[in-house]
Design a protein around this ligand. Sequence first.
Ligand SMILES: [Zn+2]
Ligand SMILES: [Zn+2]
Length: 137
Amino acid sequence: MPEMSVADEAELYLKMIADPGSEPGLYECLACFVSRRVEEVGCDGTLLWSQWFRDVKSPTASALEARLTRIRVYCDCHVTRNGYRMERRLLIRDLMTDELSEPDEMPDCAGVRRTSTKPCGNWERRPVNEWRPGRHE
Ligand SMILES: [Zn+2]
Ligand SMILES: [Zn+2]
C-alpha cells in the first residue's frame, strides 16, 4: 500500500474530525463503528478506523492492533470480514436454498462499555475455517 505523506494524513485527520459520522457513538462498539465507516468512506488498506476508534474511546488499549493482527485482521474491512461477523440469530435463512446470509441492513449496535474495544453482542468471532483468504479489497 502507498505510504501516506504527512500532508495527506493531516488532511485526512481534518476530514475525520469535520465529519460528525466519524465519531464513534458513546456505547458503539468497534465492529459496528468500523463497518459503518468502511461502508461510508471505504477502507484504505490500514487499520485507520480501528485505530481512530481506539484513540477516541480507549487510548490506553495499545494492544488492539496486535490483537487484530493475531486474528488476521490487517485492515478495517477485515475487521468485519475476517475477524467478526454478525451472530447467527441475525442471519437470514433463504427459504429456497436454505442458505444463511447476513442481513442487508446493519442492526443498531447492541452497545458495549464506553471504553471497550470488543465487539457488541451482534457479532461473533468467525471460525478459522471460514476465514476468507486474500487481502484487502
Ligand atoms: Zn456493535
Ligand atoms: Zn481493507
